[in-house]
Write a protein that binds this ligand. Structure first.
Ligand code: 5IU
Length: 261
């Protein structure tokens, strides 16, 4: 299965979504399986962080709705830095409503997510039409992650719920690039979903508000996931560039050891 295959090999497997293929090639070229979660509150901080860590990441994760002054300047700035530094932008909006409403949340309002995000995510608790609705409102350069597991203590996304996420993903491999989960969910031959894992920090076990942390070695090496998502571990550091590099090197080494390269 995919845990022993390189990112490069996986990029050209059949039924891989176009955005997934692009991301896998980008990861291989930049040698980074690190995504930084930019949970900052102003456009200035967001763009500064993107510049600082841009060379070390394959993806920047945003929460556009926590940026006080989010607007055209944020969008243009993000797009420019992402193009210059070669990373994708993932808006962690976690859609979770009926199809008609998520289409509006995705394309309209003050955030206009469809205009700037390469990757979005959704819960499937409203039923599978959420996937169809988002895919209809999207264009070719957008791909979806299904929220299959969470990192927070006592969360309810387990067992048959998680399994159902995989079932729905397999029905839509052109649009669904993978999962947010704590372990790889590629179980059947032919599965080539990308798993991205939040709840990663070196030297901390939690945040006192439910968050639970693992190390890059644990999630990439042992749990077989593809990308670590790190927020406070990076943006909370004095030297964010150096910290991002530290996470990149550790997560990349864990990947190389896992695939045996
Ligand atoms: N995030 C999680 N856990 C999850 C999901 C999303 O932490 O299961 I789904 C988000 C929340 C935050 C980032 O934006 O990932 C992690 O930030 P820290 O590394 O600062 O804990």
């Amino acid at each position: 299965p995919t845990v022993t295959q390189s990112y490069q090999e996986r990029a050209s497997l059949p039924k891989t979504s176009p955005v997934a293929s692009y991301l896998l090639r980008l990861i291989a070229a930049k040698q980074t399986n690190l995504c930084v979660s930019a949970d900052v509150s102003t456009t200035k901080e967001l763009l500064q962080l993107a510049e600082e860590v841009g060379d070390s990441i394959c993806m920047l994760k945003t929460h556009a709705d926590i940026i006080n002054d989010f607007g055209p300047r944020t969008i243009e700035g993000l797009k420019e830095i992402a193009a210059k530094k070669h990373f994708l932008v993932f808006e962690d909006r976690k859609f979770g409503d009926i199809g008609s409403t998520v289409q509006k949340q995705f394309t309209a309002g003050p955030l206009q997510i469809v205009r700037w995000a390469n990757i979005i995510n959704a819960h499937i608790f409203p039923g599978p039409a959420i996937i169809t609705a988002l895919s209809q409102a999207a264009h070719d350069a957008v791909s979806l992650l299904i929220l299959a597991e969470m990192s927070s203590a006592g969360n309810l996304m387990t067992g048959s719920y998680t399994e159902q996420c995989v079932v729905e993903a397999r029905k839509n491999p052109e649009f669904v690039m993978g999962f947010i989960a704590q372990r790889t969910l590629n179980e059947k031959p032919g599965d080539n979903f990308i798993t991205m894992t939040p709840g990663v920090q070196i030297g901390a076990t939690g945040d006192g508000l439910g968050q639970q942390y693992n190390t890059p070695e644990k999630v990439i090496g042992e749990a077989g996931t593809d990308i670590i998502i790190v927020g406070r571990g990076v943006y909370g550091a004095q030297d964010k560039r150096a910290k991002a590099e530290e996470y990149r090197v550790r997560a990349w080494k864990a990947y190389e050891e896992r695939v045996g390269s």
